[in-house]
Design a protein around this ligand. Sequence first.
Ligand code: KIV
Length: 265
Amino acid sequence: MKPVRIPDLRVMKATGTKIAVLTAYDATMARLLDRAGIDVILVGDSVGMVVLGFESTIPVTLDMMIHHTRAVSRGATRALIVADMPFLTYQISADEAIRSAGRLLQEGGAAAVKLEGGRPVLEVVRRMTDYGIPVMGHLGLTPQSVHALGGFRQQAQDADSAARLLDDAKSLEAAGAFSIVLESIPADLASKVSSAVGIPTIGIGAGPHCDGQVLVSYDAFGLNDTSVPPFVRQYAQLAKAIVGATRAYIDEVRAGQFPPEQSRK
Ligand code: KIV
């Protein structure tokens, strides 16, 4: 199958074909998502919470992201790979942002990077895209600002913050972003943003009217079954399957049923 490229996503928006995005953090998961035909694999900094056991995405470093992005790149041959830029790798200066993004592309094998925020990152986005680094924006609930936001909760609920978010989305498009993730915002605002910009919006907890949807794969497949956000739909129950399989293995080992006697021929 033909690899997914950035211009393909714009065509999908124009033709009303919804874009399916899932996160992955390793080669095995990337291979499976790719085989199923996913359009975009996001190597999210959610790796910090989902795989590494941190309380937030803030402790995730650039080296960790490169390590996981490289693994995903080895597994996927068709999907477009987007890597998250971790906290403080793009906020300090455009030069540092370009260097950090460059490593995610060069060493990690990503085709694009994602970073969080609106107005404060516009100059950085402009500089990065001028140098040919494709940038995906991320507005609404931006997890790297979890402390300032007071937790993982829905954003842009009043008219002022909704207007600011709409303005940020238009500014990100003008700065050169090729797509924007809209996380945990009211569905009617996500719909308004999606109509107002020419680039595809990818929603998570933002209703059905975005140009695509993204979920954290561990949530979507029921691998994480403890604190699942309310907007998630679980397409499999892998935690239950793994616990069941582990119990069966333990029982068979204890009972001496595994491994079987070797047949001598
Ligand atoms: O880190 C991540 O997985 C993300 C998605 C939830 C959009 O940013």
